[in-house]
Design a protein around this ligand. Structure first.
Ligand SMILES: *Cc1c(COP(=O)(O)O)cnc(C)c1O
Length: 410
């Protein structure tokens, strides 16, 4: 006898949806859900049961033929709540498939462990997420993987860095903290010419502002902890791409074990339903606050891809449908001048991370590079007077008034 959960209801048909908000609300939703609930149930279980030995053998036979759709036998191999979130994310990304992990770094490291082997070489662009760079430069070295760091935006250097053993080009768009944006089509062309795969971390963009797969990139990764979850209450990571590559990643996830918990998958589904609304506000806040900061006499430089002054404004305008809510800016003065601005604001909260509904503020020099001297930080491109502002969904007028009083009083 089949139970409610074993029924295979139809999925919402994304073909009827034109807009990303419709997709964000409905994709991945079964119709009907178990127990006719509107929301996907949190299937809080570590294992799955069999009625008798024949039931078990039917399942094992079906799986051998790749036909065991709709159920599995153990929690590490799948969970319906996680599947609902993966289906929604694949639809948003315009990907054949997506796989979720317990964090963004679990997604990055599991993907690299899958695609690389001893003797492989990878090229990574600079200004990338620090832990990703560390994993490539330090950790993977233990396994005989070599890594070259190539300057963001220098496509000749990128192509010149490719060797016969190069398996993967890793990049980000926009980057942290300078919001650099890659010409994705150009990188995909270079990679295809040399038979190299491409992986782009688009955490700062979300699939609503940028869809790297549309430009020929092979795999896109996100820290779903940020905009996708959107409420600073969960950690998750996702990789999207072709059916074939995602199946390979999933096989290894079953071994590496960094699976997403069903409760977090539920929170992610819930957060994703409002992604389009939240991001629309964050895009609007981004451009307004960036313009305000650029016009302020105590601000030396603003890094925001939506401003004409940003080095990648052209590529960003061509590829992105919004520029997001993260702005980095340099105040006139030193480390403590920047700290005074951070301490003077009343709405933004001092914390790392980004993409949630609350505006967060931090000095990268103190948050991520505290143990380094000013000189060492400059070597990796982090200036002491740099502030990173990760805008939430508050009202732009309030945020501007608050930043204004802090800048004016210091
Ligand atoms: C936060 C972040 C990560 C790591 O994600 P976690 O969910 O914190 O593990 C990777 N890349 C970028 C760009 C990030 O912002």
């Amino acid at each position: 006898m089949t139970t409610d959960l074993q029924l295979k209801p139809s999925l919402f048909d994304v073909a009827v949806a034109q807009g990303s908000s419709t997709v964000a609300v409905h994709a991945g939703t079964q119709r009907p859900n178990a127990h006719h609930a509107l929301t996907p149930p949190v299937v809080q279980t570590a294992t799955y049961t069999f009625a008798d030995t024949a039931d078990l053998c039917d399942f094992m036979d079906a799986r051998m033929w790749g036909a065991a759709k709709g159920r599995t036998e153990y929690g590490r191999y799948g969970n319906p709540t996680v599947t609902a979130a993966e289906t929604k994310l694949a639809a948003l990304e315009g990907a054949q498939a997506a796989v979720l992990y317990s964090s963004g770094m679990a997604a990055v490291t599991s993907t690299l462990l899958t695609l690389l082997q001893s003797g492989s070489h990878v090229v990574i662009t600079d200004d990338s997420y620090r832990r990703t760079r560390q994993f490539c430069l330090n950790f993977l070295r233990k396994f005989g993987v070599e890594c070259t760091v190539s300057p963001m935006g220098d496509y000749e250097a990128l192509e010149a860095a490719i060797r016969p053993t190069t398996k993967l080009i890793i990049s980000e768009s926009p980057t942290n903290p300078y919001l650099r944006v890659l010409d994705l089509g150009r990188v995909a062309d270079i990679a295809k010419r040399h038979n190299v795969r491409t992986l782009v971390d688009a955490t700062f963009a979300t699939p609503l502002n940028l869809r790297p797969l549309d430009f020929g990139i092979d795999l896109v990764v996100h820290s779903a902890t940020k905009y996708l979850g959107g409420h600073n209450d969960l950690l998750a990571g996702v990789v999207a791409g072709s059916e074939q590559l995602i199946a390979l990643l999933r096989q290894n996830l079953w071994m590496l074990g960094g699976v997403l918990d069903p409760n977090n998958a539920y929170l992610l589904v819930r957060g994703l339903k409002t992604l389009a609304l939240r991001l629309q506000r964050q895009n609007e806040n981004g451009i307004r606050v960036a313009q305000f900061l650029e016009s302020h006499p105590k601000v030396e430089r603003v890094w925001y891809p939506g401003l004409a002054s940003h080095p990648d404004h052209e590529a960003a305008s061509r590829q992105m449908s919004g520029f997001g809510g993260v702005i980095s800016f340099e105040v006139k003065g030193d480390l403590s001048a920047a700290s005074r601005v951070v301490d003077g604001v009343r709405i933004p909260i001092i914390a790392p991370s980004l993409g949630g509904v609350e505006t967060l503020i931090e000095q990268p020099a103190l948050m991520s590079y505290y143990e380094m001297s000013t000189e060492e930080r400059l070597e990796v491109g982090i200036k002491d007077n740099l502030i990173r502002l990760a805008l939430g969904i508050e009202d732009a007028d309030d945020l501007i008034a608050d930043l204004s009083q802090s800048l004016d009083s210091t």
